[in-house]
Design a protein. Structure first.
Length: 277
């Protein structure tokens, strides 16, 4: 483990209420981003608990090599969790209901906790982190997705994306260090992929329904462009999704330079709380 992870504080206003269609007045893009945010508090806590279990399960002589990066990962994810809890509070005040968080908690209780196998926990985290890295890279490469949003909200999503790219290898490397095999790495990825896509779609549609924009033509015109257009998320994600299934795959093979550039250009906005040792 050689990645140096800095824990940062996001210096933006999180107290002022978020406009209903905060993403440039676009109902679909707003609903999609809101859906993803709704998954983060429970999801980030699952990631934190997973790498803690994974680190504790390593032999003592290997634990030291992973300890620093795991602590940085935990610090970054805990910050993401707190920030999105505050963001989600504004969504709840608008009448949106977070169903995704309950599904994460239910799957954790039903599938992971009874087994209590660290490799399963870390494998699920590594798989989900690949999804977040795909989305993060896409978002930073296509700033039009946040066109018209307030600068503070653009910064929130771009900061989160940059740090997701920065720590995209942590859980993957830990899974391999624990002796996780390729068969289960790919199987867990397929399971996570199915649930991630389904949960994103369900929560986005529910947000649109509660918002009263589900059946408006403009909503679905935006959905087509955002997901299936020339620079759409689905079209651009197929190749990096498949990459995870290669036996020689490693997250560092992906391009994290967009995140590095954003963090360097916005250092004053995200001052360090804790530097790497």
């Amino acid at each position: 483990m050689t990645t140096e992870l800095t824990v940062r504080r996001l210096s933006i206003d999180l107290d002022t209420p978020v406009p209903r269609h905060w993403c440039g007045g676009d109902a679909f893009r707003t609903a999609l981003f809101n859906a993803l945010s709704m998954s983060f508090p429970a999801g980030e806590q699952l990631f934190i608990d997973s790498v803690k279990k994974g680190l504790a399960a390593l032999p003592a002589e290997r634990r030291e090599a992973f300890g620093g990066e795991v602590q940085g990962f935990i610090g970054q994810e805990a910050t993401h969790r707190r920030v999105h809890e505050r963001f989600n509070a504004h969504l709840a005040a608008q009448g949106l209901v977070n169903h995704w968080e309950r599904r994460i908690a239910a799957r954790r209780k039903r599938l992971l906790e009874p087994v209590n196998e660290p490799r399963a926990w870390v494998g699920v985290t590594a798989a989900t982190e690949h999804w977040t890295a795909i989305f993060a890279q896409h978002l930073l490469a296509h700033p039009w997705l946040l066109q018209g949003a307030e600068p503070r909200l653009v910064a929130l999503w771009q900061w989160h994306s940059a740090e997701e790219l920065e720590h995209r290898s942590t859980a993957f490397d830990l899974y391999r260090a624990l002796g996780g095999n390729e068969k289960w790495r790919k199987r867990l990825f397929r399971i996570v992929s199915f649930n991630f896509v389904l949960d994103t779609a369900r929560q986005t549609v529910n947000n649109l329904w509660r918002d009263g924009t589900l059946f408006k033509p403009g909503t679905w015109a935006s959905a087509w462009r955002t997901l299936f257009g020339r620079e759409g998320l689905v079209r651009c994600s197929v190749k990096p999704w498949r990459e995870y299934l290669r036996p020689t795959f490693h997250p560092q093979q992906g391009d994290g330079s967009g995140g590095q550039r954003w963090l360097a250009a916005n250092a004053a906005l995200v001052p360090p709380v804790r530097q790497p040792a």
